[in-house]
Design a protein around this ligand. Structure first.
Ligand code: 8YV
Length: 310
């Protein structure tokens, strides 16, 4: 009997093809009448492949569901409590995206510090021949605080060191044998930093952790970089403070209600915006896809998973 899975969001072509080779794939995201689809095939579904939200309602509508394989390291969009309650395994795609995300983080930082988007427009608009280009700041010699020194955070830290920055970090606990000073208090760290890089997991535990107070501590000369989830930052406070100059600048790859982005950001020069593309290189996305398929195959063939989180 072929194994039937539900695919809840579109995926890149190679992943799509690999899923199709091993499983009967039902494309939930394309179904006009989702309830009718679940009523018909729900009992036959043993796995979900997702690249976005999976609700508790959907999990509970699939009586024979065994595994949810997420395309992404973050799985905050999956109702993990519902999965746990039903003893459904959840997997993610860690490590394969560390370099791509770290690389873009440094790109965003340099773009913000050196005004790369504006510099490009300056040349294209023919202003170079008529005007002097202003002077900006650089990363060299600055202190960067990393919120979430996990697998990606460590890759960012190494790259910041290559930029001759001083690296400090905050997380749930101090980690042994690291060359970077630890701050138990995020606000205290923000006060001592020129840059704050947010790369901790999303979800309820970290919601709003970068509060107005933390942003105030970072201050008018401080810059924030968010490569994690919009939910970690008090976005309303951040936008207000960027407008008033109470916060120096922001490089943002993620937003609370993405792909909707607060309109107020569009008019600001102290902001660099990016469409949640930390891991979005062909090379990395293919490896993430292989890991999604690998997790499903390991589960169904050997009863284990390569990278389980639940
Ligand atoms: C995902 C991400 O690929 O891995 C993550 O957690 O944020 C991205 O790299 C994205 O969420 C899926 O579209």
């Amino acid at each position: 009997m072929p194994i039937e899975i539900l695919q809840t969001q579109p995926m890149i072509d190679t992943t799509q093809q690999a899923l199709g080779k091993s499983f009967v794939v039902h494309r939930y995201f394309e179904a006009a009448d989702k309830a009718a689809m679940i009523a018909e095939i729900g009992p036959r579904i043993r796995g979900i492949a997702c690249q976005g939200p999976v609700s508790g309602e959907l999990i509970n509508a699939l009586p024979n569901l065994e595994i949810i394989a997420c395309f992404g390291v973050g799985y905050d969009a999956v109702d993990v409590a519902a999965a746990k309650a039903r003893k459904v395994r959840v997997t993610n795609t860690p490590d394969v995206l560390n370099d791509a995300v770290a690389e873009l983080t440094l790109g965003m930082m340099i773009a913000l510090a050196r005004h790369i988007p504006q510099a490009d427009r300056f040349v294209r608009d023919g202003r170079w021949e008529k005007e002097k280009y202003p002077l900006f700041s650089e990363l060299t010699g600055k202190t960067v605080g990393i919120l979430g020194l996990g697998r990606i955070g460590k890759e960012i830290a190494t790259r910041c060191q290559a930029m001759k920055m001083r690296v400090v970090y905050h997380g749930r606990r101090e980690q042994p044998n690291l060359p970077f000073p630890y701050y138990a208090d995020l606000e205290a760290m923000a006060r001592d930093c020129d840059w704050l890089v947010v790369i901790a997991p999303g979800g309820q535990d970290t919601k709003g952790i970068v509060s107005r107070k933390v942003l105030e501590a970072l201050g008018p000369e401080g810059r924030i970089v968010n490569m994690a989830r919009g939910s970690l930052i008090d976005e309303v406070a951040m936008v207000e403070m960027l407008q008033s100059g109470a916060l120096g600048g922001a490089a943002l790859d993620v937003f609370v209600d993405e792909p909707k982005v607060p309109q107020a950001l569009f008019g600001l020069e102290n902001v660099v915006l990016s469409p949640h593309q930390g891991s979005a290189t062909r090379q990395t996305r293919e490896q993430m896809g292989q890991l999604v398929v690998g997790n499903l195959l390991a589960h169904f063939e050997r009863g284990l998973a390569l990278t389980p989180v639940v």
